[in-house]
Design a protein. Structure first.
Length: 680
């Protein structure tokens, strides 16, 4: 890169950020409270263990008070002299305590975690218990009175410092995976934003979705000049569109990335820009390239080449296909000790993805050869359901495998708690032996999770939204169709949709259309329309194809299967699924708000997994109070089709009145005819 380009870029940055860069970087403090378990952890064996993993990125250092808050209950018949609980961090024992009568119903324990025990990368916390009621492990193995329950309210508190922040730490601080609300920034687009600005924003949202497939990413996209009170900010747009830059002397097709720390402590700013649309696209693509980000020195980068051109396609967790525990960040899990040993792993179902019935977990394991094969076994539970077992014998001591089908009843659950329960049985008197030296099992990180493609028919429904590609077709062109001048709610929702599509393993090259339908849309695959019910011109061409069409009088014209729909005054938003009029093989999704701020209701639903799972069928109605009603053309709907009054009130009443008049006139004619016949 030439010195001239660097000099010009620095001048531009000074114009953009007149406050200047701090002479000395101020360390950034972060507080995180991480939930350990989504459900209660039940221990019923003499020896038990639960494991939790988290990742410390290279830019984080443990700097303050870190601790583990454990909440638990336990049986009141435990032998308190022989029963205890211990906490280990990365295999290092941190603290132990005995159970007591005082904490039977409401036990709590705060364990301070020393900074020296943390590691960069993946960290492991183990909570282990030894439980006894009789003094004999043999008698306590299946004793229903021998139990301890860890509460899902248990949490890990971290106080961290990021000493050096810049382009090389991206996406931090704008996205922090350890925060309860990971999106820590406000995004800005220029006034009179254009399709290229929006495409760069959607590409960044999709990149964040692929980086954090299980987080709820709640974006906040604004238009116009940035507000210093918004904290951390990302600015998208070409240099000529941004205030204070003037005419750039940089050559054409050059991207600009710049990170600036605020001198007044109001937050950091990231500029994603370029001299033209091509340069802006290159800048956004550079942020999505981990190799490029790692190599950045300093806080300004001039991008002359498109990093996406040579980027290899990566396996994305969440697609139909297979991946391993190692892909999820796990290493081998060792379960040492005699008798019952177990560990649990929570696998989140990819958002709004329904796996097929042939989905399975292929467990890889090994164990000590000294175990008694007649009484030693591995049993796998999924969401508390025992699914399959295998004996632990000489045949599988080095390379054991157990393929476990995910039960049909659990396939569509939002998460799967997979419990691997090992019975490491020894035919010896263990009172004087170190059990973990002769009785152990290992759950291998090579354990494979396979998510088969789910049942999808030829129609498209909202249950798949925003899935816009079929299984086996992860990469696709698609169109985000927005209003002529999209507002902040539209742009925020568009970013959320792009991120969620990426979270579900889809690599989408987003085309953006503003306002009227274009010929280009017909050549770019699926379409997602976002807008408002007042946009009659955009909606007119879709009238015959979507389930609900807003009328001028506040009612709706609806498809035959729609049995009920509130008035527009009681409806905040509609989500509709259909097929494209010009391509019956491609989906059309329509998201309509009824008022200026009603699309924010859709954003709330799509960033809440429990609410998002309620969006199904061909039509979902979000009421003003947040209630979600979903309708689909089932056989039952077809039997109970709405009458014409429900579908089109004005026409319906006209038909009824006309029918009454016809019957009245017909009756009068019959009466007069009888009178005439009687006179004859």
């Amino acid at each position: 890169m030439s010195k001239k380009l660097i000099t010009l870029a620095l001048v531009l940055i000074l114009l953009l950020f007149p406050s200047g860069v701090r002479a000395a970087e101020v360390p950034r403090q972060e507080l995180s409270n991480l939930t350990l378990f989504s459900t209660e952890q039940v221990f019923k064996a003499p020896f038990n263990q639960a494991t939790y993993y988290f990742t410390l990125q290279p830019y984080f250092q443990v700097s303050g008070h870190c601790f583990l808050d454990l909440f638990y209950t336990h049986s009141d018949i435990l032998d308190y002299e022989a029963s205890n609980i211990s906490v280990l961090l990365n295999g290092i024992p941190i603290a132990s305590r005995r159970f007591s009568q005082e904490d039977t119903k409401n036990g709590s324990w705060r364990v301070d975690l020393p900074a020296r025990s943390f590691a960069q990368g993946i960290n492991q916390i183990q909570i282990a218990t030894k439980q006894s009621t009789s003094g004999s492990n043999d008698q306590d193995i299946d004793n229903l009175g021998n139990w301890v329950v860890l509460s899902p309210h248990s949490n890990l508190h971290l106080e961290l410092t990021a000493n050096s922040i810049g382009l090389s730490t991206y996406p931090y601080p704008f996205l922090n995976p350890l925060a309860q609300k990971p999106v820590q920034s406000t995004w800005y687009l220029p006034n009179n934003t254009n399709v290229d600005d929006i495409k760069s924003m959607l590409a960044t949202a999709a990149d964040w979705g692929s980086k954090e497939p299980y987080q709820q990413l709640k974006f906040n996209v604004k238009v116009g000049k940035d507000n210093s009170g918004d904290g951390d900010k990302i600015l998208f747009g070409q240099l000529k569109e941004l205030p204070g830059t003037g005419n750039s002397d940089l050559p054409a097709q050059v991207g600009v990335l710049s990170f600036n720390q605020s001198s007044n402590g109001n937050g950091d700013t990231l500029l994603v820009s370029g001299t033209d649309s091509s340069g802006l696209a290159k800048a956004a693509a550079s942020l999505s390239s981990p190799d490029t980000v790692k190599q950045i020195k300093g806080n300004t980068l001039i991008v002359q080449n498109d990093p996406a051109a040579n980027r290899p396609q990566k396996q994305t967790i969440g697609l139909a296909g297979s991946y391993t525990l190692s892909d999820l960040g796990y290493s081998d899990i060792v379960l040492g000790g005699a008798f019952h040993q177990q560990t649990s792993i929570v696998l989140n179902r990819p958002l709004n993805w329904q796996p097929g019935s042939s989905s399975y977990i292929n467990v890889h394991f090994r164990h000590a050869v000294q175990l008694d094969p007649a009484k030693s076994a591995l049993t796998v539970y999924i969401n508390g359901i025992p699914v399959k077992s295998t004996p632990l014998d000489a045949n599988n001591s080095d390379q054991g495998e157990l393929r476990v089908q995910i039960p049909a009843s659990e396939l569509n659950k939002p998460s799967w708690t997979v419990n691997f329960a090992f019975m490491n049985y020894l035919n010896v008197n263990g009172s004087a032996m170190r059990y973990d030296e002769v009785a152990w099992s290992v759950l291998s990180a090579d354990t494979e999770i396979y998510l088969a493609p789910g049942p999808i028919d030829n129609s498209w429904g909202l249950k798949e939204f925003p899935t816009i590609s079929r299984p086996g077709q992860p990469s696709i062109q698609a169109t985000m169709w927005l209003s002529q001048q999209p507002d902040q709610e539209e742009l925020t929702l568009a970013a959320i949709i792009a991120a969620r599509a990426a979270q579900k393993g889809q690599q989408v090259n987003w085309n953006v259309v503003l306002g009227a339908r274009t010929k280009q849309m017909e050549d770019n695959g699926p379409v997602i329309m976002v807008g408002y019910t007042q946009e009659k011109e955009r909606l007119e061409a879709l009238k015959k194809y979507i389930p609900a069409w807003p009328e001028q009088n506040g009612s709706y014209e609806v498809a035959p299967f729609v049995s009920f729909i509130p008035t527009q005054n009681n409806t905040a938003a509609l989500l509709e699924a259909a097929t494209l009029p010009w391509n019956k093989q491609q989906p059309l999704f329509v998201v309509l708000g009824t008022k200026a701020d009603s699309l924010s209701k859709v954003s709330e639903v799509l960033t809440n997994s429990k609410l998002a799972d309620q969006v199904t069928g061909q039509l979902s109605i979000i009421s003003a109070d947040g209630t979600i009603t979903s309708l689909s053309p089932t056989v039952e709907n077809q039997r109970n089709q709405p009458n014409i009054i429900q579908q089109r009130p004005v026409l319906g009443y006209a038909v009824v009145v006309g029918a009454v008049l016809l019957l009245t006139l017909g009756g009068l004619w019959l009466i007069r005819r009888r009178d005439r016949v009687g006179r004859l």
